[in-house]
Design a protein around this ligand. Sequence first.
Ligand SMILES: [Zn+2]
Length: 110
Amino acid sequence: MMANHQLAKAIADCGWSEFLRQLEYKAKWHERKIGAINRWFPSSKRCNSCGHILDKLPLEVREWTCPSCNSHNLRDKNAALNIKAVGQTVLACGLSSSGDQSLTDLVILG
Ligand SMILES: [Zn+2]
C-alpha cells in the first residue's frame, strides 16, 4: 500500500506501526491471536461469493460486478469478507499465519 503514492501519506500519518503495536499488546492481554495475510492476497479483486479474481481493479473503482457469478461487490466490504474468510480458514485448520503455507494457498484450496 505504501507504493501507492495516493495512500502512502494517509497510511504513514495514521501511525501504522503504533497501531500494530497496540493491537499486539491488547491481543496478548486478552489472550487473542493476531494473523496477517500475504500482502499480495487479492482481497479487493477476489469475489467473495465465487472466488473469481479480476485481472486488475483500479483504486478509483469502488464497486464492481463479478463477471463469473454476477454478484455486485463493494470494494472495501468485499475485501473485508475475503480477509474474514482467510482468518476463519486459518482458525479452522489450526494453522498460524507464520506457517510455511501461505494464506492465499489456503483460500484456493478451501
Ligand atoms: Zn463471483
